[in-house]
Design a protein around this ligand. Structure first.
Ligand SMILES: *Cc1c(COP(=O)(O)O)cnc(C)c1O
Length: 379
């Protein structure tokens, strides 16, 4: 059997060990230390923002803290993009709030500004103005963030950008994660850079950052004994893992280029396969890190479908995955409201994520191309 080609495996550059060693040498084996400070600075620089960055134990923790900082509590309505990973929505339930799911639009696969506004208006007509909006830049593709931010502003609702998949992506040159009141990053093993597990919160200023750190480190009052006036969390990043992140930041731009060239490879490959569409930036305002390259196969028009292609790839030990199953179709969220039509549902049915790692080799690409050409009977 040929070796496995993974969808998006971790890709270490070698510099990570240097920073981990430093943490060991100085005994900073704690959720604080130089690696965390330096990783936060590097992220802030990458984002090109005056905002602050707080390194946390996961992207999910960052989403949860952003809801807490937004004041979301029991019974509040939070509008959320339906086509996403469950981690975008789960923290809404942690807060005992009510998720209201919204469909995608076809250009970016991200939240539809039209249905977003419908969801807000409908919620308001029932006497419940949403407390927050969670939007996603899926697969690295920036959402229609200007329109979305304008809607959030118009109704004065807190905007949370789930940028777990979009580090390095930008809209009109401004980095994803810096448009909203809060931005979220993830450094899970499958993301564009990794700390094995980890995440970050992007927030407005030092005051909010201090509050986030306070909550993320068990909410200890300023007393010599252990006193607590607020419920706290253990959500801060370890200084060891931040060492991996520091090393990974040195190669982020290189990895973005590699992911973008994977995308170009798929564009070339599918150029003459009419049944397949590759997700592309709608115009020059959008810059995607192309974390994952995504295709859709129109099943109604052809004898081909994403599931048989997925199996065919798997038989050759190549991993591919369907798009995220929309939240409003998930058994655990099926009782919550949904605004939209069938865009996200149809993307789920037709869409496939192809191997997109920055460590993908030319030999890997050749293997992938051979299976795909064989499947579509291209010579
Ligand atoms: C990975 C991911 C998360 C969760 O991040 P973790 O660091 O794994 O907790 C949230 N949202 C989206 C869209 C993701 O892809």
């Amino acid at each position: 059997m040929m070796s496995k080609i993974w969808l998006s495996p971790p890709h270490l550059c070698g510099e990570e060990m240097k920073y981990i060693q430093k943490a060991f040498d100085t005994n900073w084996i704690a959720p604080l230390g130089e690696n965390i400070d330096e990783f936060e600075s590097a992220l802030k620089k990458e984002l090109g923002t005056e905002k602050e960055v707080v390194c946390l134990s996961s992207g999910t923790a960052a989403l949860h803290l952003s809801l807490i900082l937004a004041g979301v509590s029991e019974g509040d309505v939070v509008v959320c993009q339906s086509l996403t990973f469950a981690a975008s929505a789960n923290p809404i339930i942690y807060q005992k709030a009510i998720p209201v799911f919204v469909d995608s639009e076809k250009d970016t696969y991200n939240i539809s500004p039209i249905y977003l506004e419908k969801a807000i208006k409908s919620s308001m007509s029932k006497g419940k103005k949403p407390k927050a909006i969670v939007i996603v830049h899926l697969y690295g593709m920036p959402s229609k963030i200007e329109e979305i931010a304008a809607i959030a502003k118009k109704y004065d609702i807190i905007l949370i950008e789930d940028g777990a998949e979009s580090l390095g992506s930008s809209y009109k040159g401004k980095k994803c994660g810096t448009f909203g009141d809060f931005g979220v990053l993830s450094f899970n093993g499958n993301k564009i850079i990794t700390t094995s597990g980890g995440g970050a919160l992007i927030c407005k200023n030092k005051t909010v950052k201090d509050r986030a750190i306070f909550l993320a480190t068990q909410a200890k009052d300023e007393t010599t004994h252990y006193q607590h006036s607020t419920i706290g969390y253990n959500y801060r990043m370890s200084n060891i893992l931040a060492g991996i992140g520091r090393g990974q930041m040195e190669v982020l731009h290189q990895y973005i280029s590699l992911r973008r060239s994977n995308h170009q490879f798929y564009k070339n490959l599918f150029q003459y396969i009419d049944e397949v569409q590759v997700l592309e930036e709608p115009c020059n305002n959008f810059f995607s890190n192309h974390w994952l390259s995504v295709i859709t196969i129109d099943e109604k028009q052809t004898k081909f479908d994403r599931e048989s292609l997925r199996i065919k790839l798997l038989e050759e030990n190549i991993e591919s995955k369907p798009l995220w199953k929309p939240m409003h179709l998930q058994p655990v969220f099926s009782s919550y409201p949904y605004y939209g039509t069938t865009v996200s549902e149809s993307l789920f049915e037709k869409g496939l994520c192809l191997p997109s790692g920055s460590s993908l080799t030319d030999t890997d690409k050749e293997r992938i191309a051979n299976v795909i050409k064989d499947y579509f009977k291209v010579v």
